[in-house]
Design a protein around this ligand. Sequence first.
Ligand code: KG4
Ligand code: ZN
Length: 338
Amino acid sequence: MKSEGIIILGIESSCDETSAAVCKDGKILSNIIASQEVHVQYGGVVPELASRAHMQHIVPVVDEALKKAAVELKQLDAVAFTQAPGLIGALLVGTSFAKSLSLSLDIPLISVHHMQAHILSNLIEDPAPSFPFLCLTVSGGHTQIVLCKDPLNMEILGETLDDAAGEAFDKSAKLLGLPYPGGPLIDKYAAEGNPNAFHFPEPQIEGLNFSFSGVKTSILYFLQKHLKEDPDFIQKNLHDLCASIQHTIISILLHKLKKGSMETGIKEICIAGGVSANKGLRKSLTDFGKKYGWKIHIPSFEFCTDNAAMIAMTGYHKFLKGDSSTLEVSASARASWD
Ligand code: KG4
Ligand code: ZN
């Protein structure tokens, strides 16, 4: 017999983290994440290696998530999984696993859009944001300002026309000779640097859309020029370079968010996605909040980068609405919103 309450198992395998989480009545009981170190030596995620690592990790990760939540398979009410977007081979591992579990336990299968789940990671926190809220979603593949009217009703108000914010961090880090993924390293070195040491121009893009490719190019030309004069320029100025690059990216993000808040009149503001782990962004957002009277919601670090807690949370809200998939559902590398 099933326990009282609604218990959802969430599975995430869209990129290079294998994760499983258990959500009971909208509260996260466990969130296990196995990161894949194998990619570091290649300077980026190698899709085939990611798929293989997911296959090795998925069973132990799910076992551990259930154990930590003190939940047995037979108590699950549904299994939710990341269906899109992501690396297709990586997604297929989680999709196949979730389908098998749904079939064998005879419970609903719930497909989840990874980016919508990033946004709903804000619902894990207490106090949760009230609706409607605006979410700045910043990850390795996406940069968006999203209007969230309720957990399953979201509208993209603006997005990047080229690189994502995470790519801007990672590509800048690469130009500085830092290993992949460079975002967290820029964050670390920026803490001891001067954000106004160097100036990189911000793009002038209409509306609420973003662009980061011009920033990357200006950093490239700037470094080429200085390295010609002094081959040790990067080593001598690493902290200031990281702080200045980070400052530029954050400024682009927050000025658009401010515009979004002014245009919609919404002051309930969230952030989500891997880049929301950036300490400089978290601090600047808090400062903006004080200045403009925003109510800020920032997920804990654990829920910023890829995790299954956000998948289980989204699955829970879909379950409440009776929104499940059939076994015919397939993983998709790219997917628009519902
Ligand atoms: O959301 P996420 O974990 O995966 C995707 O769905 O893409 O985001 C990964 C991105 C990477 O570009 C990584 O460099 C960036 O988030 N990131 C950071 C930080 N932590 C992760 N960027 C800047 N500062 C950080 N602390
Ligand atoms: Zn993500």
